[in-house]
Design a protein around this ligand. Structure first.
Ligand SMILES: NC(=O)c1ccc[n+]([C@@H]2O[C@H](COP(=O)([O-])OP(=O)(O)OC[C@H]3O[C@@H](n4cnc5c(N)ncnc54)[C@H](O)[C@@H]3O)[C@@H](O)[C@H]2O)c1
Length: 254
């Protein structure tokens, strides 16, 4: 399907899920700008997209730096004439030790988690919205986490940062819905990709499966990208302000 032809989509954060997102957006016809603090990783994804006949460029982006974000937005406008879609997907994952709770987590890890995950999403949104409005409206998708909506004995800073992103999403959806901007959040649970496969112990895989309603497998970036492509497309034009859990039924909300 080519539901994203002529749309310019900025994906901020390559890595495992970002690779799936950029690849799917390009396969659906979008012109993709893939930004990451690790330029080489974004470049290798872009090469593979181009080899499959897609349109994409890679940029070095620090999503927590106003200067770097401004340069990326300028590149989108200079190269493709505007921005119709923004997917904020990067994350600082320093708060991942299951042994650390609020009493043990170093404050520097807390601060860095909020600086990149919460403040970074805020800064990127603030920089892109005016361009998106000039481009006739568009869709903003935030990658959150099941951790924002589940019990969290660990990863308190990470869960707080991901909950902050959901509040930001609701603000954007509410305030800018009238000018053609939609905003939604995708909340994955454990999503396997080559970058983390080696570090996920078998017991964590089993825990993830047992916490989900779907027991046969855990999620992968293709699952996330399928929902993201719908949200970016005109088929999703009546979906806004939502947190879509792509987690095999790990969390359930009415
Ligand atoms: N994989 C999972 O199990 C899982 C589960 C729930 C939520 N998530 C969320 O999905 C998103 C992607 O996760 P992933 O598993 O693909 O992680 P990943 O580590 O493979 O990718 C994250 C990317 O973000 C980039 N990045 C980090 N800081 C940055 C910055 N300041 N500016 C720009 N880029 C920066 C990294 O270089 C990396 O390429 C994250 O937001 C994560 O919190 C992942």
């Amino acid at each position: 399907m080519k539901r994203l032809t002529d749309k310019v989509i900025l994906v901020a954060g390559a890595g495992g899920i970002g690779t799936g997102l950029a690849t799917r957006y390009a396969a659906e016809g979008a012109k993709v700008v893939l930004g990451d603090i690790n330029l080489e990783s974004a470049q290798s994804v872009v090469e593979s997209i181009k080899a499959s006949g897609g349109e994409a460029i890679a940029v070095e982006l620090d999503g927590a730096s106003e200067q770097s974000i401004a340069a990326t937005v300028a590149t989108c406008v200079e190269t493709y004439g505007g921005i119709n879609g923004l997917h904020l997907n990067f994350a600082f994952l320093g708060d991942c030790n299951p042994a650390l709770g609020i009493l043990e987590l170093p404050l520097e890890v807390y601060d860095e988690t909020q600086r990149i995950n919460a403040r970074g999403f805020y800064l990127c949104t603030r920089a892109v919205l005016p361009v998106m409005m000039d481009s006739g409206g568009g869709s903003v998708v935030y990658t959150s986490s099941a951790a924002a909506n589940a019990s969290t004995p660990a990863q308190v800073a990470y869960a707080m940062s991901k909950a902050a992103g959901q509040a930001l999403m609701r603000h954007v959806a509410t305030r800018y819905g009238g000018v053609g901007i939609r905003a939604n959040t995708i909340a994955p649970a454990l999503t396997l990709h080559p970058g983390i496969e080696a570090f996920v112990p078998p017991e964590m895989m089993e825990m993830a499966k047992s916490a989900a309603a779907i027991k046969s497998r855990v999620g992968n970036p293709t699952d996330i990208a399928a929902m993201a492509a719908l949200l970016m497309s005109d088929e999703g034009s009546y979906i806004t302000g939502q947190v879509l859990a792509i987690d095999g039924g790990t969390t359930m909300r009415s």
